[in-house]
Design a protein around this ligand. Sequence first.
Ligand SMILES: *Cc1c(COP(=O)(O)O)cnc(C)c1O
Length: 467
Amino acid sequence: MNAVLHPRQARDTQAWQAADAAHFLHPFTDFHALAKKGSRIITQADNIYLRDSEGQRILDAMSGLWCVNVGYGRAELIDAATAQLKQLPFYNAFFQTATPPAIELAELLAEVTPPQFQHVFFSGSGSEGNDTVVRMVRRYWDVLGQPERKVIISRNNAYHGSTMAGASLGGMSGMHAQGGLPIPDITHIEQPHWYELGRPQGLSRAEFGRLAASWLEKKILEVGPERVAAFIGEPIQGAGGVIIPPETYWPAVQAICDKYGILLVSDEVICGFGRTGNWWGCETLGSKPDLMTFAKGVTSGYIPLGGVMVGERVAKVLIEQGGEFNHGYTYSGHPVACAVALANIRLIQRERLVEKVRTETGPYLAQQFATLDEHPLVGNAETCGLMGAITLVKEKDRGTPFASELEVGMVCRGHCFGNGLIMRAVGDRMIIAPPLVITREQIDEMMSLIRRCLDLTWADAQARGWV
Ligand SMILES: *Cc1c(COP(=O)(O)O)cnc(C)c1O
């Protein structure tokens, strides 16, 4: 078909599904199973609502994929992209050149990040940002004359992206199993998951936080402190299931990093730009990182962009002693992406969305989530800012999980889809991260949908004799 003579045509759902199944390999998908079932086709969106090709309205409690923080359809971002496309759609930053949007965004990021950050390295995504982290961390120690410091410690069930380095830093065993990962000199410790690891041992959250942090020190000593380059973690693990660590965890991790002089990297791809009620997750959870990866919320997902905030400890060494850093991407500092990010950040500032999450919608969501504790299916429901997780259990009092092959989370997710709600399942943990523009009334609407889906899942579990 000639694309010029035949611009994108409206097709019915079945026609979209057939073409999708014939040509489009989706991320993290069983291609064969999806082709048989057919994709859901999303055709438009506004504010916090999506619409699919069947005309169903869906409340998007996942902000797309943790990114549409300012909501869909914002004219400010669209106009910024259009104006920049007309003015200068692309120029690179390789040839000792720069474009105004990239410079302005670098300046604005230095303003909205903690004071140790005055420099940024741009990438096209969060995964690429974490590839940059690996390169930069190892380069830093090389320049300092300690090339043996190569090992980066991360955590099981962490998500740091899907490139070779991103997936290696991540702690997803299913990802490591495909492709011979992790790459050398990346090692993992257990995650600070109180409900799964601390509660069964009868530990308080505070005790467990300190214990989980001590696993980092144990690993440093096992590897040899002189070989450890950095520790990386998401302030709150997102894709792993919104694992909110105890308050004692990050300050203890920080103290251990300080004790051994190793770099601390905060992967802020989800937690950044207001998600937890501060601009950065590290501010909420209590660490002072040397590097921060960002992506997703930087443009509210309207256009791809990522990067690494480089703290002065690292920046100074690379700038003053490093010489040429042999790393970069065609789209590092892409002018259109940077223009959208500028509009997005200014919108977040103007609408005081970070404060709104901290003082208004975050506390309201927490209050509403607390009432879910009474539901027979809910073992635990917790939030931080506008992230939340609900653990579905077989026996509420003892927190006994369902057999994993029952896939209760998927049953619940099915009900969500059927009832016009996007809530994601990570195993039997149901998670949400709605747009930061969500109102109290919309939180009420979301909660009543969540309740309905939990009830329907409970009814299924009873009917099938699972409880
Ligand atoms: C999504 C995500 C990434 C990867 O970002 P991409 O843009 O998908 O490459 C990295 N880290 C975290 C914490 C993420 O949630």
